[in-house]
Design a protein around this ligand. Sequence first.
Ligand SMILES: [Mg+2]
Length: 170
Amino acid sequence: MKHPLLPDYDFDTYKEITPEFLKSIEKTCVLCDIDNTLVPYDEPNPTDDVCAWVKSITDAGIKLILVSNNEKDRVEKFNEKLNLPYLYKSGKPSRRTVKNALKILGEEKKNAVMVGDQLLTDVITARVSGITSVWVPTIKKVETPFFRCKSAIEKPFIKYYYNKKAKKNI
Ligand SMILES: [Mg+2]
């Protein structure tokens, strides 16, 4: 069994997670983190690139739900333009998060991927829930003691993942 902190796939940015890729791995829905996955923490609105990516995914008939541990106001403001289903204070890394998101979408685990930048939040949520995990690097590091600590824990796993990938073991 794979380590719970190692993703199934990684991309340099969410923009590389295309409908073609999702269809190639037979996925029909995406559970997507917001902060530092789509935009930095301090960016309240989706960029034009985020809007274009969301449109490309949903136009392809793939369902997308925002799954954030951030506050209601942040998530609702970010979603004003996008108008997607969403979960705020979603409870990641609990299994309940995935269960709730799939219930809203009317989807099954086998069709879902979770996209996010945090191994200790997004990747582990996907892995303990039995759904596919897609990891993207953090857009802008958050310099608080909590995030510095998280980042220090994640670092060796990211290194290990890249090393394994380089040897084509992943
Ligand atoms: Mg994040």
